[in-house]
Design a protein around this ligand. Sequence first.
Ligand SMILES: NC(=O)c1ccc[n+]([C@@H]2O[C@H](COP(=O)([O-])OP(=O)(O)OC[C@H]3O[C@@H](n4cnc5c(N)ncnc54)[C@H](O)[C@@H]3O)[C@@H](O)[C@H]2O)c1
Length: 349
Amino acid sequence: MRRPSFRLACGRNIGGIRGLLPETFDRADRIALVADPAAAKSPVLKKLLGPELAAKTSRFPLPAGREKTLAAVTALCSALFKAGFSRQSVIIAAGGGSVTDAAGFAAAVYMRGINWISVPTTFLGQIDAGIGGKTAVDFLGTKNIIGSFHQPALTVCDTAFLSTLKPSVRRAAAGELIKYALIAPGDLRLSIMRSFDGAMAGRPDDLLACVRACAEYKAKICAADEREETGLRETLNFGHTAGHAFEVLSRGRLPHGEAVLWGLRYALEVSEKMKVLDNTPGAWKVTGMIEPLPLPAACRRENDFLRLVRADKKRGGRDNRFLLLRSPGDVEPADNIPEKVLLAALEEI
Ligand SMILES: NC(=O)c1ccc[n+]([C@@H]2O[C@H](COP(=O)([O-])OP(=O)(O)OC[C@H]3O[C@@H](n4cnc5c(N)ncnc54)[C@H](O)[C@@H]3O)[C@@H](O)[C@H]2O)c1
């Protein structure tokens, strides 16, 4: 298979994508459109495929959320096999992060890996989840435990998809947007902060400005540290150790982005308690740009929270590993944070 690239197209009403990757599409014997039903019926998707690709395409629905499981991936691979899909076939994954994660993982393992195109259709997907080739399913009650790095041959972020999002789904991107505003260089922070309110209100120009800024930043980081080996890509996980624990403990009541908002607040508390965060109010101001949904009581159960933090796959052989913030744009890893600090921060938020 061709060495994966980081080709990224961002825009509004991009139109036919065949011309963006003609070799891959022309070589493909079949195309599987694995799509969330909300994305599948969007006229934007029809325009992206155009008549030529549509003629080669079979549809495989993958509803969001509950389908980010090994069982869903097995069912998808079984359907692809029975329908005669080969190593020369291509998967187009269209949907939110749960669909691009699961369909991307199917592409990573089907016949030892086939080409795939990522078409994120939620705001969170376009600024983060659909970019960078991390594919995975949740397993044994823990996030993203079975997965693979498998780069899409192309990622297409067309913000015309975002016009049909429910406001609550649009707002769920706030956590990842604020994460970028905390970890990225000053110019990106400023451009996110300028467009934040407009994007939350669904204004097309602000949505596009945020998608362009974040998607291009993430693609650049992932190109420099594709498999999270140098520490650079790891900074994108800021707020996610506690965020993933909150997401699991809330049993679906906190969408990923809301859980990340709480995870960011938690990470700042730990940064403060470990005397790493400088005392300028900048970082707290950034997390204050939006009020998260209330944290469910189940997320505050100390033993469950500590168990999940200790099960986080990024901890390696250590008891726990967190990313702490020194100041906006400056993140550092910290291992084996004392339990009393972890619990005090949980109490505080
Ligand atoms: N791989 C990564 O790097 C990465 C990064 C961040 C998050 N994630 C994962 O992303 C997932 C969350 O993704 P999400 O927030 O996009 O949620 P999601 O995939 O669950 O989708 C949210 C909702 O949006 C609907 N939807 C999708 N596109 C739509 C459209 N165009 N119009 C109307 N409705 C539409 C879906 O039907 C669903 O109800 C989590 O599983 C998280 O772990 C992955």
